[in-house]
Ligand binder design. Structure first.
Ligand code: ZN
Length: 121
């Protein structure tokens, strides 16, 4: 995901489209053409006032009126990606811990099981 975003940003910058870092994103900004959520970055046409994802540059029209707006720097995207991986892998890791505990002993201690339960909440 990050690498596709990086490649698209790079190809857009190579077309001399100005870019700016901004927090001025609406939580619901989505591409006019494909309705995908534009979370990390978006293209904005000053001429048509339309928003597009990085895949729909060509559809926005006059390239001189387009700005690439970035909410998250590329360095920070790696952190977001790692945090997302950590959160999405947490249930799988918890199941592995539970299985290890249950396989290690026929009668795991109540304390061990309570500790595992606390990790869920
Ligand atoms: Zn799109």
């Amino acid at each position: 995901m990050c690498y596709e975003e990086f490649e698209l940003r790079k190809s857009i910058r190579e077309k001399y489209i100005p870019f700016e870092m901004t927090d001025d994103f609406d939580q619901e900004d989505s591409c006019f053409y494909c309705n995908s959520l534009c979370y990390f970055s978006l293209l904005y046409s000053k001429q048509t006032k339309q928003i597009a994802c990085l895949h729909h540059l060509e559809e926005l029209g006059d390239i001189s009126k387009i700005v690439l707006k970035e909410r998250v720097r590329e360095d920070d995207m790696h952190e977001v990606l790692e945090e997302t991986r950590r959160i999405t892998n947490a249930p799988k890791e918890w199941v592995q811990k539970l299985q290890s505990t249950l396989l290690a002993s026929r009668k795991p201690s109540l304390k061990q099981l309570q500790q595992l339960l606390l990790e869920v909440f």
